[in-house]
Design a protein around this ligand. Structure first.
Ligand code: SAH
Ligand code: F3S
Length: 482
């Protein structure tokens, strides 16, 4: 699982679904990077469905190719550049085909994209998707088109996303956009703009629609979900200027989570991502109060060294992180916890690296997403610090982190042996057609013989074996949640 995750930005996605018989043009859209990009592509497909486009999974027949891009590490950008080469080859056979770049690379490179990559006709930043109908008119008329304006209030709350490549069971629901945290290594605040929250009413409406369509699990998405704050619209940073009435009726993340859990008792609810400096105990109490909120927290820490955390502008110490972990263990004894870690941030010493390993020993995460530091142009770290850790050292430290994580994952999965887990069936196991695959509340993958159970059912599974990342068991009956 760990290796797969390291390569997360490699996974492009081909998309088919929801066809409108009166639509005549064909859209091929693929997404790279974080879940937010996958959710955004569903918004884009919805906007373009009204412009006469059905989606296709065959690049060769596309009238319009859109690639939703990731800038988080250099490797992610290189992956997209390679895809553009592939589009170029296809365009030689299909010269009418137009190509648009969406997402974080579009925002970061702006018009440079049009200059550097001849194949690109259109560049659209993450807040400009509603302008696509106008931009399409431009490219249809043979002109290049670009809109990379970032917005203070766009949340796409009024757009009902077309669900792409769906299993009909799990869906993503975005609740915030942008990020104000300004971690010094991170490009997201530059590519996705200032943080803003979506109207809870529109969030509930979207979830209602999913529930009506028989979806079983939703993930509330944001770069920093714990920072969610709705007071009638506007930027998070302007909350101080809100009226007394707006302040009194404001909805924070704990309240939102509680609202959603109460209103949809049959839906499983997950959320991602949490930031330690913004996460508060009240969220743990809401999680404890509702059976349908999954007991898993993705809580990136990036480093175990106080000095490096400070250089990263992560606004908490190692001790404060431990206090938060202790609180989780106290209030939610069976909660799965996962991490993001960066090896080889500028100036990182062997001692700092050891601090990361010892922090991992303390938490013993269930799983994690681990990376070597990649300097991103324009970030504070790139401007103020030299990328001074040799690549070989970064890789060696990363390997040590991954090895330790592997042993912790094995420790965690073993602890589930001989217990019964409630599993939502999400699909067929990749390794065996005779087995279902699903996840436990803690987000651990579980596989078991299919028997007569069906996709989308909640099943109680007795665990009798495991690998370092997967639990293996046998169903003992449907859970009462169906
Ligand atoms: N809050 C976000 C974090 C986005 S970036 C979220 O929703 O997940 C995801 C992870 O990528 C970060 O937690 C960090 O571990 C890693 N990352 C970000 N910038 C990076 C960089 N410049 N080099 C290496 N890893 C980076
Ligand atoms: Fe990036 Fe830090 Fe925000 S990692 S997305 S700036 S919380």
């Amino acid at each position: 699982m760990v290796e797969k995750i390291i390569d997360e930005e490699k996974q492009g996605e081909h998309i088919v679904l929801t066809q409108n018989p009166t639509n005549t043009r064909k859209l091929y859209i693929e997404s790279y990077g974080c879940q937010m990009n996958f959710a955004d592509s569903e918004v884009v497909a919805s906007i373009l469905a009204k412009e006469g486009f059905n989606t296709t999974n065959r690049l060769e027949e596309a009238d319009l190719v859109l690639v939703n891009t990731c800038s988080i590490r250099d490797k992610a950008e290189q992956t997209v550049r390679k895809r553009l080469e592939k589009y170029n080859a296809v365009k030689r056979l299909n010269p009418k085909m137009k190509v648009g770049v969406l997402g974080c690379m579009a925002e970061r490179l702006k018009s440079k994209f049009l200059e550097e990559e001849k194949i690109v006709d259109m560049v659209v930043g993450p807040d400009a998707y509603k302008d696509l109908p106008n931009l399409l008119q431009e490219i249809d008329a043979g002109r290049d088109a670009i809109n990379v304006v970032l917005s203070k209030d766009e949340t796409y709350g009024d757009i009902s996303p077309v669900r792409l490549n769906t299993n009909g069971i799990n869906a993503l629901v975005s609740i915030t956009r942008g990020c104000d945290n300004m971690c010094t290594f991170c490009v997201v605040p530059f590519t996705r703009g200032r943080e803003r929250s979506r109207d809870p009413q529109s969030i509930i409406e979207e979830i209602q629609e999913l529930s009506d369509k028989n979806f079983k699990e939703i993930t509330l998405l944001g770069q920093n979900v714990d920072s969610f704050l709705w007071y009638g619209g506007g930027l998070k940073k302007d909350f101080e200027k809100a009226s007394d009435m707006e302040k009194a009726t404001a909805v924070d993340f704990a309240k939102l989570l509680d609202m959603v859990a109460r209103k949809f008792p049959k839906l499983r609810i997950r959320f991602s991502t949490s930031n330690p400096q913004d996460m508060h105990e009240n969220v743990f109490h809401v999680m404890a109060a509702h059976k349908n909120i999954c007991k898993h927290i993705h809580l990136p820490v990036q480093s175990g060294s106080d000095r490096i955390l400070k250089e990263m502008n992560r606004l908490h110490t190692r001790e404060e992180y431990f206090t938060l972990i202790d609180k989780i263990r106290e209030i939610l004894p069976n909660c799965g916890i996962s991490q993001d870690l960066i090896a080889g941030f500028p100036t990182e010493t062997e001692e700092d690296h050891q601090d990361t390993l010892s922090l991992m020993e303390y938490v013993k995460y269930d799983f994690g997403y681990m990376f070597t530091y990649s300097e991103r142009p324009g970030t504070m770290a790139a401007r103020k610090m030299e990328d001074d850790i040799p690549e070989a050292t970064k890789k060696r430290r990363l390997a040590e982190i991954i090895e330790l994580q592997r042993s912790h994952s094995a420790y965690r999965t073993k602890s589930h042996l001989n217990t019964v887990k409630e599993v939502l069936i999400e699909g067929t196991s990749k390794k065996s057609d005779a087995h279902w695959m699903g996840r436990s509340s803690q987000n651990t993958v579980v596989v078991f013989p299919k028997e007569n159970y069906q996709l989308g059912e909640f099943v109680n599974v007795k665990i009798h074996d495991c690998t370092s990342a997967t639990l293996i068991g046998e169903a003992i009956g449907l859970s009462e949640n169906n």
